[in-house]
Write a protein that binds this ligand. Sequence first.
Ligand SMILES: Cc1cc2nc3c(=O)[nH]c(=O)nc-3n(C[C@H](O)[C@H](O)[C@H](O)COP(=O)(O)OP(=O)(O)OC[C@H]3O[C@@H](n4cnc5c(N)ncnc54)[C@H](O)[C@@H]3O)c2cc1C
Length: 438
Amino acid sequence: MNPDLTILGGGLAGSEAAWQAAERGLRVRLYEMRPERSTGVHQTADLAELVCSGSLKSLLVTTASGLLNHELESLGSLILRCGRQAAIPGGQALAVDRREFAAAVTAAVEGHPRIQVVRQEALTVPREGLVIVASGPLTSAALAADLAALTGAGQMAFYDAIAPTVEYESIDLEPVYRASRYGRGGADYLNCPLTLEQYTAFHEALVSAERHAPKCPEDTVYFESCLPIEIIAERSFKGPTYGPLKPVGLDDPRTGRRPYAVVQLRQENRAATLWSLVGFQTQLKRGEQERIFRLIPGLERAVFARYGQVHRNTFLNSPQVLDPTLQLRAQPEVLLAGQLIGVEGYMESAAAGWLAGVNAARVQRGQEALVPPATTMLGALVRYVSDPWCKSFQPMNANFGLLPHLDVKPKDARKQAYADRALADLAAWSAASGALEL
Ligand SMILES: Cc1cc2nc3c(=O)[nH]c(=O)nc-3n(C[C@H](O)[C@H](O)[C@H](O)COP(=O)(O)OP(=O)(O)OC[C@H]3O[C@@H](n4cnc5c(N)ncnc54)[C@H](O)[C@@H]3O)c2cc1C
């Protein structure tokens, strides 16, 4: 096949981009280096493997990630469709069985008549023809070096952290209760309540535990909304009780009272045999994870199916090199998508993939590349990562702070107003621009 478009990386962004471009008639060649070469974190050969949490975040339109998911749904996203197919109980979140999800994406992409998947590491960015680079936070060293040379912007690394997963059978359910915060959604989470005394012992152990040493100093520049639990604990005694161990809305039904702190466990697979500790990204050594997380009521004999880990994240200084159409300013035939451009999160990456795929198709047809309205979460995100005003760039996930302010009170009504405006503007934009035309 003589491709119209080459895509590097078959993750969340690359798979979505390939699908959108192929649906619009382009012949796509998609390079994915697994299983020939691993990232060190992915465990399968599947496209769009979820490397950590099995949650595609909220479906509530009055949350920022929920709004992004609604936008993706109305844009015909492949990733969202496969997420729905593989859904398992997760309260208001779109929790998925990770194997089923990745298998569904893989089957769709590999089965598309205009997509050819090549299982090979791309060592360089092709300098001719239309290209989308979507090789993600764990881009192989050779490609990262070539990309840095191509953009001249360099790259930086920091740690992302994986939360540990425990086997259901090993959880002592006696002190644990099922609930979702404020009773919203189903009672899908397992909640481990801690008294002040238990929390104090846990906190002391956490801050004094042994950690993996960072490989180089810049690897400890954390993404603020994804901090390791021990870093949150180190910053203040109560810090974790305002974050992952927040007890608000999680009263213990047996006492009718709010515990001092609550650790939540989220179902990780359809069979409900694996549960992860919500928000427990960590840099602790494995033995320390066992010792300290077993101080949590209900987890005294927990068997760890997967330990928390820390990982490199590769992303570009996009504000200096990228247009909001996701084309490189200096090389408009090269588009970038996914975590590599500095969006943070599965669905943020997929959303960027959607736009890159659509714009690649438009460029190929000689049409103008598009940018969704600034009032939409997708439009706001791509504007954020490509705004040259930003001199000290850090990755960004979906949040209402990115949207043009609406002076509506109270806060809940404002979120609804943001959502209403975004979805109305997106529908009008899609119709006027022909973004959904195949
Ligand atoms: C350890 C870790 C945990 C994370 N946890 C979460 C989480 O829980 N929730 C969340 O929302 N986000 C999480 N993220 C952030 C991010 O959303 C995901 O990494 C997401 O998968 C990014 O999508 P992507 O398509 O940009 O990259 P990926 O999904 O990683 O896809 C990139 C693909 O490119 C391939 N590739 C790399 N180099 C080459 C090459 N040279 N040639 C060919 N193929 C190549 C890789 O094998 C991979 O399949 C995490 C990130 C990391 C690193």
